[in-house]
Write a protein that binds this ligand. Structure first.
Ligand code: MG
Length: 341
């Protein structure tokens, strides 16, 4: 297979701020894998939280190119094992390769990815819409703008948590989920925050504390009035067994798992451990969001809105209807199309 790589600067509609960082744009990498007259496409959204940069992604593609050159795409399971073994980490770049492979395979088969997986597109969940850390006035304005989304995901973890939640509840009585992005770094503080959020009708809380503190998290799970979902604490299927006593559910992202194949293994592992499953994303274009959306009939919660936060999405694919429900494309493969720009 021939690999080609390009990057695109994705501009945010609003400055994107979470507990640890803020950004006005993201420069994601896009790949094409071409063989036998068919081209599969993938996307990598690097995240410094996982030691990824634009340069490290591009370096990984250089490492993978000779392997892909000789590979038979139909042996995609073995091929991705080989790609995973080239280097630890760099899962965003690995995800781009896996997405492009699965796009290629399902185009060749003439099936949309969800159909290849045997899934019913009627069962896609409603996606939440994320609101980054901001001033109370801007948060209220963003909530008005997001009127078609019945579920909001609110980022907390700054000194303004109270002002933010006050603004949220003044603006709406919609379902609200909270993501602290590891910010409340003490189990007692985290419990106080969660107890307070429960009084505001929050549905669940994502990654309240820094990752790697599973004993503290097990204590928190026992005492928490709300379900707690792991995000930064979980990347791969092998992380899941030890998380089961510490969390009620996990947030799977293609950019953390290294693609669709590992995300499917994670879904089944999580189910075997009785965990709830959320499918989330980084700041991604409609290419990677659509890939995740094809898996979404398998999960409980979706937070697949990275593309909706962009000013210049280079692709079209999965969409969101007027009730916030994900709608999958019917075209073969991932079903993405480049957008005229
Ligand atoms: Mg999160």
């Amino acid at each position: 297979m021939r690999l080609s790589v390009f990057t695109r600067r994705l501009e945010m509609k609003h400055t994107w701020r979470i507990s640890r960082s803020s950004a006005d744009f993201k420069e994601n990498a896009f790949i094409r894998l071409e063989a036998d007259g068919t081209t599969g496409m993938g996307e990598a959204a690097h995240n410094i939280r996982y030691d990824e940069t634009k340069e490290s992604m591009l370096a990984f593609f250089e490492l993978a190119a000779p392997v892909l050159e000789k590979a038979d795409p139909w042996k995609f399971v073995d091929l991705m094992q080989q790609i995973h073994q080239l280097k630890t980490g760099q899962n965003a770049a690995k995800a781009a390769i896996d997405l492009a492979l699965m796009d290629w395979i399902t185009q060749k088969l003439g099936l949309p990815l969800y159909r290849y997986l045997g899934l019913d597109p009627v069962h896609t969940p409603t996606t939440s819409y994320s609101i980054g850390i901001d001033t109370p006035e801007s948060i209220k304005a963003k909530i008005q703008e997001a009127s078609r989304f019945p579920i909001l995901k609110i980022k907390l973890g700054s000194e303004n948590d109270e002002a933010i939640m006050k603004a949220v509840r003044e603006a709406t009585n919609r379902v609200v989920r909270v993501d602290a992005n590891e910010a409340w770094d003490d189990p007692k503080l985290a419990l106080e925050k969660i107890q307070w959020l429960a009084t505001l009708g929050v549905e669940f809380v994502e990654q309240p504390m820094r990752s790697g503190q599973l004993e503290h998290m097990a204590w928190l799970k026992q005492h928490s009035p709300l379900p707690i979902i792991a995000d930064e604490d979980v990347k791969l299927a092998r992380d899941i067994p030890s998380l089961a006593p510490a969390y009620h559910g996990i947030n799977i992202k293609l950019m953390k798992s290294g693609g669709i194949q590992e995300a499917l293994r994670m879904i089944h592992t999580a189910r075997a451990h009785g965990l709830k499953i959320m499918l989330g994303c980084m700041i991604e274009s409609s290419l990677a969001i659509t890939a995740a959306a094809h898996l979404s009939p398998l999960v409980d919660y979706a937070d697949l809105d990275g593309n909706l936060l962009l000013k210049n999405d280079p692709f079209e694919g999965a969409t969101v209807d007027e009730h916030g429900q994900l709608q999958l494309p019917e075209r073969p493969g991932l079903g993405i199309l480049p957008r005229d720009s």
